[in-house]
Design a protein around this ligand. Structure first.
Ligand code: HPA
Length: 274
């Protein structure tokens, strides 16, 4: 048994999320947040542009959060005040499904954001392009997803409608900032291996445009919690078999670093409109 309360199968994950939200209120001095933002590979700089950081706390001081497993994933929670007076909670500590800690830990940050008051959940990631038009460095709005993890964050007979999961209202708002923003269907694979070329072909045939290892499970939990979801992928590479060279994590990080200034400005402007 670890010291993470979510590893106790008898724990109520929503109660753990409420405890985490209480920690955030105490540590940041901000009682409620309006918007939550999870920053994936390539999106980290957006936090500096959204507004003024009023508090930053190590995620490990907040109930139920784990140490980040990966370089490029910053393990802090930040409270930001936007110029229009909105409070944004920036989550720089994502737990991926492939880490093997279970779905409760994967979606804990989303449930915590909801418990902290956030009505909008913005999820960002780095992903591979299946659609040939989506070349590295491009940000793409997520219009829908295909969950290929064979898992769900919902427990018991919890039937949640996902028809407008990635809210059209928010996608339309994002396009008022950049009318050229494309959108596509995100396929979440379990990872941590990258997909085979055959899996990428399958994803394309099924209607997928983008492949990655996060976001879909978090989006479902956000909708269960009653939040509106906005999703963005940064295309960091062409998916396996679409690009001729092998994939590497280094390539993903490099593409993220190169695109970061541009997409961070974009994201900060979109958050300003929410
Ligand atoms: N596949 C899955 N996850 C990813 C990829 C990819 O090609 N690129 C960045 N994250």
């Amino acid at each position: 048994m670890t010291d993470n309360p979510l590893d106790d199968p008898t724990a109520d994950p929503f109660q753990v999320a409420r405890a985490a939200a209480d920690d955030i209120a105490r540590l940041t001095g901000v009682e409620r947040h309006d918007i939550a933002l999870t920053l994936g590979s390539g999106w980290g700089k957006a936090a500096d542009l959204v507004g003024q950081t009023t508090a930053e706390v190590p995620a490990t001081e907040v109930t139920g959060f784990s140490r980040p497993a990966l370089e490029g994933h910053v393990g802090t929670l930040r409270s930001i005040l936007t110029p229009s007076g909105r409070r944004v909670l920036v989550i720089g500590a994502r737990t991926h499904f492939y880490e093997g800690h279970g779905v409760r830990r994967v979606v804990h940050s989303v449930r915590t954001a909801a418990a902290a008051g956030a009505a909008i959940m913005v999820l960002t990631n780095g992903a591979g392009g299946v659609n040939r038009a989506y070349t590295p460095g491009r940000p793409v709005l997520i219009s829908d997803h295909i969950n290929l993890t064979a898992a769900s964050p919902l427990e018991g007979a919890t039937f949640v409608d996902l028809t407008d999961l990635y809210a059209k209202r928010l996608r339309d708002l994002a396009r008022t900032v950049d009318p050229d923003l494309d959108e596509g269907v995100y396929c979440q694979f379990r990872g941590p291996h990258y997909e085979t070329p055959a899996e990428v072909r399958m994803a394309g045939i099924m209607g997928g445009d983008i492949v990655g290892m996060s976001t879909a499970l978090e989006a479902i939990a956000a909708r269960e919690a009653g939040m509106e979801v906005l999703g963005f992928s940064l295309i960091t590479n062409l998916a396996a078999g679409i690009q001729e060279t092998p994939l590497s994590h280094e390539e993903v990080l490099t593409a993220g670093r190169e695109a970061e200034p541009v997409i961070s400005r974009l994201l900060a402007r979109v958050v300003g409109e929410l």
